[in-house]
Design a protein around this ligand. Structure first.
Ligand SMILES: O=C(O)[C@H](O)CO
Length: 375
């Protein structure tokens, strides 16, 4: 029997590789003859760099950059095993956890550090750059990111505008003549965590700025500024980016990546399946085991287990999903190629306890699954 173990990470607890290894441990503790292949997966969110580095024998590169408030922070990105593809999580440089509670203010925060990571990936020779966006502290439509790469985003006095979503209304002109010319030969693909438009009631400011510290008045200003940014992008770059699904992800960074870098916005899990050539791993596989920290009704919208099961279903390979916890609507995943699902929780317990014990719980559950299959 051949089993492909292709889970996402259990966020806040185990990397995807650690999840996969514990599943294998449980399977082989019951039957050491079962051939188990490990393939750490991701959907573009937190953990994507680590999973793709693990899956391709790549490396993590650390880099000090300007964080959301302009102070220095330690960030990182991945250079994959092919030495040509870089993977960046914007949150590593411009994410919400990098801003202390009392300082959250999307009028001021910048994506400059994300641009510095892109520049570092170009220095490392990347020919393709995958950027996972979401979990941001910012609402600057990627203007900081573009400035870090040489773009001139100018006010009426022809000066670079200051950092932050609160300054986008000052933009009068965009000059990309000094944008890093290496970008012309590089494909930039963006894995968005949501598909909101840039502005409006469903846009970046109204939906996500409150969690970044914006009060209702600030939300209004940020939304108007994003509208202004779109008008300028139409006038200066001939690009109407408002309605592209994902334009409003990461405070409009999705829109900025399209406007400034001609990036393509896609569902994260599809990018990952593509990069690792997932279908090639399905050859001669009898069963796929996938998983994620939480499985619920939302899992059908671009989460790893459903991306994996859709691919496996095309080849009629059964899929079992394992989760830390199961939430409302989880049964919907059964319509997407997942044959059955399980939680590792084996008794009433505190979350902290479950997280601490998750390696053993994963192994125990996997052993029980195999015992059942082999009755
Ligand atoms: O960063 C954000 O704004 C949210 O995660 C949505 O992308």
């Amino acid at each position: 029997m051949r089993i492909l173990v292709a889970p996402d990470s259990f966020k806040g607890s185990l990397t995807a590789m650690e999840v996969a290894k514990n599943i294998k441990k449980g399977i082989n503790s019951y039957d050491s003859k079962i051939d188990v292949e490990l393939l750490p997966m991701a959907d573009g969110g937190e953990g994507t760099v680590q999973s793709l580095v693990d899956a391709t024998n790549g490396e993590i590169i650390e880099k000090e950059v300007n964080g959301p408030l302009g102070n220095k922070v330690k960030a990182f990105y991945g250079l994959l095993g092919d030495q040509k593809t870089a993977v960046i999580e914007m949150a590593a440089a411009s994410g919400l956890p990098l801003v202390p509670e009392g300082k959250k203010n999307p009028l001021k925060t910048t994506t400059y550090g994300t641009g510095e990571l892109i520049a570092s990936a170009l220095d490392a020779g990347a020919q393709k750059i995958i950027i996972g966006i979401g979990g941001s502290a910012t609402n600057d439509a990627g203007v900081g990111m573009a400035q870090a790469l040489g773009a001139e985003i100018l006010d009426a006095e022809e000066q670079q505008i200051d950092f932050g979503g609160g300054n986008l209304d000052k933009i009068e002109k965009i000059n990309l003549d000094k944008l890093d010319s290496r970008l012309q030969d590089v494909e930039v693909v963006v894995a968005c965590d949501v598909d909101n438009p840039l502005y409006g009631k469903d846009g970046a400011a109204y939906v996500y700025a409150p969690q970044k510290g914006a009060d209702p008045e600030m939300v209004k200003i940020l939304d108007q500024n994003l509208r202004h940014f779109n008008q300028i992008a139409i006038k200066e770059l001939n690009k109407d980016i408002n309605k592209i699904p994902g334009a409003g992800a990461a405070g409009g960074l999705g829109a900025g990546l399209v406007a400034f870098l001609d990036a393509e916005l896609k569902a994260g899990v599809d990018i990952v399946l593509d990069i690792i050539d997932f279908e090639s791993y399905l050859k001669d596989v009898d069963l796929v085991i996938t998983g994620e920290g939480m499985l619920d009704g939302q899992s059908i919208y671009g989460k790893t287990p459903v991306g994996v099961s859709r691919s496996a279903a095309k080849k009629d390979i059964p899929v079992i999903a394992i989760a830390g916890t199961l939430g409302e609507g989880v049964e919907k995943i059964l319509d997407y190629g997942i044959n059955s699902y399980f939680s590792i929780i084996d008794r009433p317990a505190e979350l902290k306890e479950i997280i601490e014990e998750s390696p053993e719980l994963l192994a125990n559950l996997s052993e029980q699954i195999i015992r059942t299959i082999q009755i």
